[in-house]
Design a protein. Structure first.
Length: 534
């Protein structure tokens, strides 16, 4: 790495963050200091709850004030102390000179506004762009971040996009005004490896072109090693190591840093019984969404989200489904669960379920469960953890309340959570803990098949390893079958027996995971593996 000789664009000194909750005070960040030079990338890494995002959000004063306060510290951007600015001054910086990519795009994008309006708002506020000029710039940005056919997406709402597409829209909004500093909080969490590489290369090229500084928060150490110039390692609210990327990865000094670097997903899939019965089978499964046009809104063409997919899954087996964002992975999983309309055959334990109406499908819900990609969005904020986990029992079981309470406690213990957590709410937990709650909710009904949609994408590597170990242990104990949707190929390799590769709604390659990773046959599969830096 070349030594930094430029003066810092941002200087953070002795920053502390304290949260005031229900009469108690929690020091989330203590005495953090770092510099972000112009045109350079500083990465902050650490486990969930280590204070990474809190430190980053402090720069733009986006913490929930007055519940949050800064007992000590200064944040200097050029000659301004950001902690001393008033709201009008901060609004000039936010989205203008300082852009931010938030971690959870579904909760950060306005569900009531189209993409054109949301991106156009940033252009109007900071550059006065409107009309044709704003539309042209919006199209340029959507094209820049890899949104296909951006002209057709201008009037699209966030819920009509895949997770990876929403993340790209967030990046487009953050880059709209060519900021001097870009704060990127897990910017590639929801992206598949090929798009991740494209986005990071895009940020790198813009950094070189504009002299943009980047504060990168990430749990993906491969990304950090490849794109960051300096790395801060945070643990329990403090910086425990700060060094150049090369020096830190070659010779980590702190035990916690060594622990992070050793936390790559590892191990082998659970042993599979040779005579394991088949649990799930699909034949020529299709999910086509009509594109309606004209005055009478007739379907003139179709988006073929899933087009002729056939698969088999045995008891105790894990089938990994990989591919680019928008390739049909999640749509396939929802179709198998009969949560989306489809054509073709779906057989569960030998019985055809594709023609059943929803009333007939309801009893099968006990056996067919799902863990969604975004645990924060899929857990009701108004329900306690105990109520969330027990929800399936209340629908499908007539057991007495005492027995339901016992099973909730058992399910929480099984996923490694303190049973006392059942009295708390989802927002009081870290991302990894929320994912365990979602797994407990699926597990309590003792299903035969669980569809896992990106269950580790938002988790740091140490928690990922714990969740992989948890899923593997539960599979061995209960002989569960997993349909595992993921863009993280290192996780797929550690957990899956078979892999199915999708592109544009069709299967381009499938086979045993060991063979596919060792000798991929299709160019697209090789492209995925190369981009994953495995």
């Amino acid at each position: 790495m070349i030594a930094d000789t430029t003066s810092p664009l941002v200087r953070v000194r002795d920053l502390s963050v304290r949260f005031h909750q229900e009469g108690a005070e929690v020091d989330a960040v203590r005495g953090v200091s770092f510099d972000i030079p112009a045109g350079r990338t500083l990465a902050i890494v650490g486990e969930s709850g280590s204070g990474k995002s809190v430190s980053a959000l402090s720069i733009l004063r986006l913490l929930p004030y007055p519940k949050a306060s800064h007992p000590s510290g200064h944040i200097h951007y050029r000659d301004q102390d950001l902690l001393q600015l008033d709201e009008p001054q901060l609004r000039q910086l936010r989205g203008g000179r300082i852009g931010m990519i938030f971690q959870e795009p579904m909760t950060s994008l306005n569900p009531l506004h189209t993409l054109e309006k949301q991106i156009g708002e940033a252009l109007l506020l900071h550059k006065g762009m409107r009309g044709a000029q704003a539309r042209e710039r919006t199209l340029e940005l959507l094209h820049l971040v890899g949104i296909r056919e951006p002209e057709k997406r201008l009037r699209t709402y966030p819920h009509e996009l895949s997770g990876g597409q929403r993340q790209r829209v967030m990046i487009a909004m953050a880059l709209a005004n060519e900021p001097e500093l870009l704060i990127a909080d897990e910017p590639t969490t929801a992206l598949d490896v090929t798009i991740q590489e494209q986005i990071l290369e895009l940020l790198k090229s813009l950094q070189q072109k504009l002299g943009m500084a980047i504060l990168l928060i990430s749990h993906d150490l491969n990304v950090v090693r490849r794109y960051a110039h300096q790395v801060c390692v945070m643990h329990q609210g403090e910086v425990v190591e700060h060094n150049s990327t090369e020096a830190l990865f070659e010779a980590p000094q702190h035990p916690y840093t060594r622990k992070l670097l050793d936390a790559e997903p590892s191990g082998q899939p659970s042993a599979l019984a040779p005579n394991a019965p088949q649990v799930l089978e699909t034949a020529d499964l299709r999910v086509w969404f009509p594109v309606k046009k004209g005055f009478f809104q007739r379907a003139q063409e179709h988006i073929k989200a899933v087009d002729g997919v056939s698969l088999q899954l045995r008891q105790g087996e894990c089938l990994g489904i990989v591919g680019e964002s928008g390739s049909g992975k999640t749509t396939l999983g929802l179709a198998v669960l009969r949560l989306l309309g489809s054509r073709g055959e779906i057989r569960f334990e030998g019985e055809p379920i594709h023609a059943l109406n929803q009333k007939a499908v309801k009893p099968l819900r006990r056996q067919l469960q799902v863990v969604f990609q975004d645990p924060f969005g899929s857990l009701s904020p108004r329900m306690t953890v105990g109520e969330i986990v027990a929800e399936g029992l209340n629908i499908h079981s007539k057991e007495p309340p005492a027995e339901k309470a016992r099973r909730v406690i058992e399910a929480l213990r099984e996923v490694g959570l303190d049973p006392e957590a059942r009295h708390r709410y989802p927002h009081e937990f870290s991302g990894g803990q929320r994912q365990r709650i979602a797994i407990a909710r699926a597990l309590i009904l003792k299903p035969r098949l669980i569809v896992l949609d990106e269950p580790t994408s938002a988790l740091d590597r140490t928690v990922q390893s714990q969740i992989i170990g948890l899923l593997r242990g539960l599979q061995e104990k209960h002989r569960l079958s997993y349909l595992f949707i993921s863009h993280d190929l290192s996780v797929v390799r550690a957990l899956c027996h078979q892999v199915l590769v999708m592109q544009g709604g069709v299967v381009v390659e499938q086979g045993p995971a060991s063979e596919l990773f060792a000798a991929p046959r299709q160019p697209y599969t090789r492209q995925l593996l190369d981009a994953a830096l495995l």
